[in-house]
Write a protein that binds this ligand. Structure first.
Ligand code: ATP
Length: 513
C-alpha cells in the first residue's frame, strides 16, 4: 500500500470512529477547518494535559496564562506580522491550482534527496558488508549529479528567500522543471506575497483603525503579559510562561488534513533569560522537547531535528523537531531563539518599558527569549498516523484495525463488557465502572459478541477491555484483554486499579522525563 493510500485510510478512519470531522460537513465542509469528535476531543485533551503538566508541574519556574485571541492591532506591527508574515504564492495557469513557491522547491529538493537515497540503498544491497557509503557518495556519477543539482538549487533558494527575491523564486521553479502536481503543466504565474493573517472589524464602525486580526500565533499574548506575570508571580529570570490556545492562518495550500489548517491550536512556551545565555538554553530546550516526544514510545527513529536554512525574522537560531508522517518527515514543533526581538519591539511600539531588574546583577535589561512552539493538531496527527495498523488475527484469519495510541493518551482507557445482558452481569459491570471512572475514562458496552466489541475498542485504541461473566459473580475475577498483544488473563477486580495505574498513568510518564 502506498503512503498516500495509508494517509487516506487514516483520514477515513478518523471520521468513521469519531476522531475528526470536516467542519460544517452538511454544507459540503469548509476548507482546512476541522472539528474533533467524541474520541478526538479526549485524545486532544490528553495531549494537552501531558504538555501542560510537563511544562508547569515539572518546572517550578514555568507558569501558564490564557490570553485573548484578539489583541491590540499594534501588537502585530511590533511582532513583524503585518509587514512580514507572508508566504510566496504561485498559481498554475492551466490547473488554476495555487501553491506555495517555497514548498514546491522544498519538495523538489526532497525528491532529489530521495533519488540519492535510493541509489545508496541499491548499492548497499549489492555490495553487502563491504559497502562504503562515503566512498560511494564521492564517486557515483548519478549521486554526484543529483547532489550538485541539490546544492546549487538550495543555495539559490536560500538566497532568494533572504533577499525576498520573488522573480528568482519563479526562475528556480522554471529552471528545475517543476510541474504542477495536478495538471503536469509548467505554465506558472509570477510569484506574489500573500499575508496569512485573518482580519476582522472591532465594534460597529468599519474604519481602518478598527481592523483587528485573529492571532496567527499564541506567543504575542505571552510577550505583552510577561511583566504582569513576572511582577505578580515574583518570577526570577530564568522563567517561562506557557499557553495553549487557538491560532489562525489563512494558509495558501491546505490539502493535508489537519497537518495544515486555517484554524488550529498551539502549545507555546516562552522562556525568558539573560542576554548572552541563549545558546545554552536553546540547546537545553532542544533536548528537553525531544525527550518529551520520545517518551511516548512512538519510535525514536521517527524523529529528527531539522535546522532552518533561512532563519525567521525574529530568531538567531531555529530548529524544527520533525516526525515521520505518511507524507514524509515534517515539522511538529519549532524551537526558536527569539533574542529580544519581540520584547524590544513592544517596548518601541508601546512606549512602555519591558525591562527586567536583575537583582543578582543589579541592572536592568530586556530579557532574551527561547521559545518552544508545538502544533497540537500536528501532534495529534503524528499520534494517529503512527498508531494506525491493520493486522490479521492468527487464530481466526480475520482482519483487525487497531489504533496503537500510547496507552496514557488513549481516549478510552477501559471498556467493560458484561458477557450477557442478564443475570446481574450488567449491574456488576457498572459497579466496576463506578469504582474506576474517576481515575480512568471507562466505557460500558453490552451489544454484540465479545469479539465485535473488541474490534470496536481496538479501532479507537482502548488499551484494556474486561469481560464480566458468571464466574465474576462467584469469585470477583474478570478477564482482562490487552489491546496490542490480544493476550487475556483472569485477574481479581481489586487488582484492576493497580494494573491500569502502571500502564496509563500520566504521573508515571511524567516521572520518566
Ligand atoms: P510551516 O513551515 O509548516 O508552515 P511554521 O514554521 O510556519 O510551519 P511555526 O510558526 O513555527 O510554524 O508554528 C509552530 C507550530 O505550529 C508548528 O510547528 C506546527 O506544529 C504548528 N502549525 C503552524 N501552522 C499550522 C497550521 N496551519 N496548521 C496546523 N498546525 C500548524
Amino acid at each position: 500500500m502506498s503512503q498516500e493510500d495509508i494517509f487516506k485510510k487514516i483520514i477515513a478512519h478518523c471520521k468513521e470512529y469519531g476522531f475528526i470531522f470536516q467542519s460544517s460537513e452538511i454544507y459540503d465542509g469548509l476548507s482546512a477547518v476541522y472539528d474533533y469528535g467524541q474520541n478526538g476531543v479526549e485524545l486532544k485533551n490528553n495531549i494537552k494535559q501531558y504538555w501542560w503538566d510537563a511544562m508547569t508541574k515539572l518546572n517550578e519556574n514555568i507558569v501558564g496564562v490564557d490570553a485573548a485571541i484578539f489583541m491590540h492591532p499594534k501588537t502585530w506591527e511590533a511582532s513583524g506580522h503585518v509587514g512580514a508574515f507572508n508566504d510566496p504564492l504561485i498559481d498554475n495557469k492551466d490547473s488554476k491550482k495555487r501553491y506555495r513557491a517555497d514548498v514546491l522547491i522544498e519538495e523538489y529538493l526532497e525528491k532529489l534527496e530521495g533519488k540519492i537515497q535510493k541509489e545508496i540503498a541499491k548499492a548497499s544491497k549489492r555490495f553487502g558488508d563491504s559497502f562504503d557509503e562515503q566512498q560511494f557518495r564521492k564517486t557515483n556519477p548519478r549521486v554526484l549529479a543529483n547532489q550538485s543539482k541539490m546544492d546549487e538549487t538550495k543555495a539559490r533558494f536560500v538566497n532568494a528567500l533572504e533577499n525576498n527575491d520573488l522573480a528568482n523564486l519563479k526562475k528556480i521553479i522554471e529552471d528545475s522543471d517543476i510541474a504542477c502536481p495536478v495538471s503536469g503543466s509548467k505554465n506558472w504565474t509570477d510569484v506574489r506575497q500573500f499575508n496569512l493573517m485573518f482580519s476582522t472589524q472591532l465594534g460597529s464602525v468599519t474604519e481602518e483603525a478598527n481592523t483587528i486580526y485573529l492571532r496567527p500565533e499564541t506567543a504575542q499574548g505571552i510577550f505583552v503579559n510577561y511583566l504582569n506575570v513576572q511582577k505578580t508571580g515574583r518570577m526570577k529570570i530564568p522563567f517561562g510562561i506557557a499557553q495553549i490556545g487557538k491560532a489562525f492562518r489563512n494558509e495558501i495550500v491546505a490539502r493535508q488534513f489537519i497537518f495544515r489548517m486555517r484554524e488550529f491550536e498551539q502549545m507555546e512556551m516562552q522562556f525568558f533569560i539573560k542576554p548572552g545565555t541563549e545558546m545554552e538554553w536553546y540547546n537545553f530546550w532542544k533536548e528537553k522537547r525531544m525527550n518529551w516526544h520520545k517518551a511516548l514510545g512512538m519510535g525514536d527513529e521517527n524523529y529528527r531535528f531539522h535546522d532552518h536554512d533561512k532563519l525567521p525574522h525574529y530568531a538567531n537560531a531555529a530548529t524544527d523537531i520533525e516526525f515521520l508522517f505518511p507524507i514524509g518527515f515534517r515539522e511538529v514543533e519549532g524551537i526558536h531563539s527569539r533574542t529580544d526581538f519581540d520584547l524590544g519591539n513592544h517596548e518601541k511600539f508601546s512606549g512602555k518599558k519591558m525591562q527586567y531588574f536583575d537583582t543578582d546583577e543589579n541592572k536592568n535589561y530586556v530579557p532574551y527569549v527561547v521559545e518552544t512552539s508545538i502544533g497540537l493538531d500536528r501532534m495529534f496527527l503524528s499520534i494517529v498516523s503512527n498508531a494506525y495498523a491493520e493486522e490479521i488475527v492468527e487464530s481466526t484469519g480475520e482482519k483487525r484495525i487497531i489504533m496503537k495510541i500510547p496507552a496514557v493518551l488513549a481516549p478510552v482507557k477501559l471498556a467493560v463488557f458484561p458477557l450477557t445482558k442478564k443475570d446481574g452481569l450488567p449491574e456488576k459491570a457498572r459497579e466496576i465502572i463506578d469504582q474506576l471512572k474517576l481515575d480512568f475514562n471507562c466505557q460500558f458496552e453490552e451489544k454484540d459478541t465479545i469479539g465485535r466489541r473488541y474490534r470496536r475498542q481496538d479501532a479507537i485504541g482502548t488499551p484494556f477491555c474486561i469481560t464480566i461473566d458468571h464466574q465474576t459473580l462467584e469469585d470477583n475475577t474478570v478477564t482482562i484483554r490487552y489491546r496490542d498483544t490480544m493476550e487475556q488473563e483472569r485477574v481479581v477486580i481489586d487488582k484492576l486499579q493497580g494494573i491500569m495505574n502502571d500502564k496509563v498513568s500520566l504521573k508515571e510518564l511524567l516521572k520518566t522525563l
